[in-house]
Design a protein around this ligand. Sequence first.
Ligand SMILES: Cc1cc2nc3c(=O)[nH]c(=O)nc-3n(C[C@H](O)[C@H](O)[C@H](O)COP(=O)(O)O)c2cc1C
Length: 199
Amino acid sequence: MAKVAVVYHSGYGHTKVQAEAVVRGASAIAGAEVKLIAVEDYDKHWSALDEADAIIFGAPTYMAGASAPFKAFLDATSARWAEQRWKDKLAAGFTNSAGHNGDKLNTLQQLSLFAMQHGMVWVGLGLLPGNHSSKGSVEDLNRLASFLGAMAQSNADQSSEIVPPLSDRKTAEHLGARVAQAALRWRQGAATPAMAAAQ
Ligand SMILES: Cc1cc2nc3c(=O)[nH]c(=O)nc-3n(C[C@H](O)[C@H](O)[C@H](O)COP(=O)(O)O)c2cc1C
C-alpha cells in the first residue's frame, strides 16, 4: 500500500476539477490510498501529509505563479523544511490557467523548486506532447505539451462544468496514476535492503 496526498487550491472550481481527476487516476491504481486536501484545510491535515509517500501539489496560475492561498500553504511548510521531514517523498504538480500558455510553466517550476527545497523526488508527467503535429488534435492527452507536470486550460468565461476540457482531465488522471504507481515502487524499494548493506 502507498499513500498519496493531493493538495490543491481552486478559487473558482476549475483547478478543483483537475485535482479530482488526479485523484481518480491515482485511485485507479490497486494499492494506492489517496487523500484529497483543499488548501483551505491544510492545517487539519499535517499528519496525512507527513505520512504520505507522495504529495501532488496543484494550484491555479494567478499572476504567473501559484495562487496566494496555495503560496501561504507552501510557506507554512517551512518548519518541516527545516527538519527535512518530507525528504525522499515523491512529489508532482499540476496547474490550470485561462491562457493556453498563460505563464503556467512558471507555476510548475515554482512547485518543483519547492519540492527540491524539501529534498523530495519530483515525478514529471511522462507523456510525449500532444497536439503538436498535423495529425494532432485538442483532444490529445497532454495537448498543452507539458513535461514537468499536468497542465490544464480553462476559458475564463466558462464554468468548471465545461472546462477544463476532457483531454486536460485525462492528462490529470494520467499524472495521478503515474505518481501512485511510482509511490508503490518507491515504497517497495524502501523495504528492500540497500545493495551496499546486503554485501
Ligand atoms: C487573480 C487572478 C490572476 C490570474 N492570472 C492568470 C495568469 O497569470 N495566467 C493565466 O493564463 N490566467 C490567469 N488567471 C485565470 C485563471 O488562471 C483561470 O481563470 C483559472 O481557470 C482559475 O482556476 P480556479 O477556477 O481553480 O481558480 C488569473 C485569474 C485570477 C483570478
